[in-house]
Design a protein around this ligand. Structure first.
Ligand SMILES: *Cc1c(COP(=O)(O)O)cnc(C)c1O
Length: 437
């Protein structure tokens, strides 16, 4: 395992030969980063938990601070390198102005890029900021996108409106490789899918999608929010770009809104440029908190997954539950999920309560531990009802058609003691079956 602080400065190294272009020094588009010489770089062979804790850490030589440093500044003193980067239009690797880049962003980016097996990463002010900048950067006017009708609600809304920016979209069934292939046209530039869908945990044919993207010369963009890089690294399955709502598992404490996109330096530079225009930069202190959250990603995710598996098994046999949606239950309909998930499926599950939406309402009112709230991925369990939140715009018939059946409850499992969650759910489920006075 190699852990090192870079010996050669990128961006701050003195230029030994002023005749040579600064961009050649950097071999722009080919180096990972941006990185500062004070950042820890962790080799690919390191274990997941080691990367979570150490990758990207800023080592402050002056103080030896173990927990990093917050660079709460909007701007940085000019250096020769900043002037050179201006004159050559290359400003991503030099601290100049925080909308362009800040060491705290670079710390988080280095960590996420290492976790996702990517050359480079760009963090942004929300998952949607990352999705918007990405789609705008890797398509152009007249371009076509193939995606799923049941992607995350905010993404669906963006895709529905993106025709205003001259892009068109086909929505297909994300589990069917032939539907996806048939939707590709000569104008298609991007395939956009999620590693597990919300709230039914549908799995995509990820490896076939990677091959399809390659053979049709289009980019595969994958939202990996639900699985996190602990269970899936889409780039190793052929994805070009991986998106996260950092708000969910990556930060994991329901106290920060952030987004990230990772991939080759070539594409991330382009996306970064797009994000400069829309201003979706992530504040330095938010980056510092994001880094802190990421350090415990593995331990949180392992516990959430263990709890989710336990709850899924408990619910699967429960007389008040008609169906459980989670990859470990016996009638899970997408067995190919095992091809790209290694070791687990994360902390989100959903289930149908006997008695439909009214029983589900009674259930969530009786639960004591989980808050009734949207969002997911935090250390605290959260529960929500798709019929009156994420999918409330659909009619009952439309919901049924996409598989959102009456009584569906979405449960984001936290790191609480499993038996406490089981007991809470058990008594609330029984109470849900009593009809209202
Ligand atoms: C929450 C979420 C998003 C959007 O992220 P924000 O940080 O809320 O902007 C995108 N994709 C998925 C799968 C999500 O769960």
């Amino acid at each position: 395992m190699t852990i090192r602080t870079q010996s050669k400065a990128i961006g701050t190294a003195p230029n030994p030969n002023p005749e040579r272009r600064w961009s050649n020094e950097l071999s722009r588009g080919r180096v990972p980063g941006p990185r500062l010489p004070q950042q820890r770089i962790v080799g690919d062979e390191a274990g997941f938990g080691t990367v979570c804790v150490h990758a990207g850490t800023y080592e402050d030589e002056a103080t030896g601070a173990a927990a990093g440093t917050i660079f709460q500044t909007t701007t940085f003193r000019f250096s020769n390198n900043s002037y050179e980067s201006f004159s050559q239009g290359i400003t991503r690797d030099v601290p100049i102005y925080t909308r362009y880049g800040n060491p705290n962003q670079w710390v988080v980016q280095e960590k996420i890029a290492t976790l996702e097996r990517a050359e480079s990463c760009c963090v942004m002010s929300s998952g949607m900021a990352a999705i918007f900048a990405t789609l705008l950067a890797v398509t152009n006017r007249g371009g076509h996108i193939v995606s799923a009708y049941d992607v995350y609600g905010g993404t669906y809304d963006l895709l529905k409106e993106i025709h205003q920016l001259g892009r068109s979209v086909s929505f297909v069934e994300p589990t069917s490789i032939s539907d996806i292939e048939n939707a590709i046209t000569k104008d298609t530039q991007v395939l956009y899918f999620e590693t597990l869908s919300n709230p039914l945990l549908k799995a995509i044919p990820l490896d076939e999608l990677g091959k399809l993207a390659r053979s049709r010369n289009v980019l595969l963009v994958v939202d990996n929010t639900f699985l996190s890089p602990l269970y899936c690294t889409p780039i190793t399955h052929g994805a070009d770009l991986v998106i996260h709502s950092g708000t969910k598992y990556l930060n994991g404490h329901s106290d920060l809104v952030a987004g990230a996109v990772s991939g080759s330096r070539k594409y991330i530079d382009r996306i970064w440029q797009q994000s400069l225009r829309t201003g979706g930069t992530l504040d330095p202190t938010a980056c510092f908190m994001f880094e802190r959250g990421l350090k415990t990603l593995e331990v949180r995710m392992l516990r959430q997954t263990e709890n989710a598996e336990g709850l899924a098994a408990f619910l699967d046999g429960h007389p008040c539950v008609s169906r459980v949606h989670y990859p470990t239950v016996k009638d899970y309909p997408y067995p190919w999920v095992e091809q790209y998930c290694k070791g687990g499926y994360g902390g989100l599950l959903s289930f149908e309560v006997v008695g439909g939406d009214e029983a589900a309402m009674r259930l969530v009112e009786r639960l004591r531990l989980p808050a009734l709230a949207t969002s997911l991925g935090g250390v605290e369990s959260l529960v929500s009802l798709p019929f009156n939140t994420s999918h409330s715009a659909l009619t009952l018939a439309q919901r049924t058609r996409i598989g959102i059946m009456p009584g569906l409850v979405r449960f984001s499992v936290g790191i609480e003691h499993l038996q406490d969650l089981v007991d809470d759910l058990d008594s609330a489920l029984r109470a849900s079956q009593e009809s209202q006075p």
